[in-house]
Design a protein around this ligand. Structure first.
Ligand SMILES: [Zn+2]
Length: 140
């Protein structure tokens, strides 16, 4: 976990630890061994860095989750946990690795969030499908 060393960050790290404890063991182990949490200026992005390797070498990838707690500081602890769990769900579903936007990604992530016993982050998923359609038109 990377972030500024402030008291606030310590509290936020504890929040992430609480979520990991609440997740199924195999999910927790996968997240702990593969994801780097970066507490930074951008809130809520699950991504993946592909590190260039010489020809014939195995692919190296670093999954990461960017979190900006300043944007959600007024939310309750439960809400913060729902937001973070949502990003973990994107990682588990592999959404962080694809460069194309799946309009169903938010719904799928929230389905998993709910399965793990947390609350859904969104209630309107059609907004993402509408956004995806607008982006498709722009690219044509
Ligand atoms: Zn999302």
């Amino acid at each position: 976990m990377i972030g500024d060393a402030t008291v606030e960050d310590d509290r936020n790290k504890i929040l992430i630890a609480k979520i990991l404890i609440a997740l199924p063991e195999e999910i927790r182990n996968k997240v702990l061994s593969e994801v780097l949490f970066v507490l930074l200026e951008v809130y809520g992005i699950a991504g993946c860095l592909s590190i260039p390797v010489p020809k014939g070498c195995k692919k190296i990838e670093q999954s990461f989750i960017l979190l900006n707690f300043s944007l959600i500081e007024k939310q309750s602890e439960d809400c913060k946990m729902d937001f973070i769990t949502h990003e973990i769900a994107h990682f588990i579903l592999g959404h962080n690795k694809s460069m194309t936007y799946d309009p169903l990604a938010e719904r799928k992530a929230d389905d998993l969030v709910e399965k793990w016993g947390f609350n859904r982050v969104y209630n309107d998923y059609e907004q993402f499908e509408r956004m995806a359609k607008i982006n498709q038109k722009r690219q044509k």
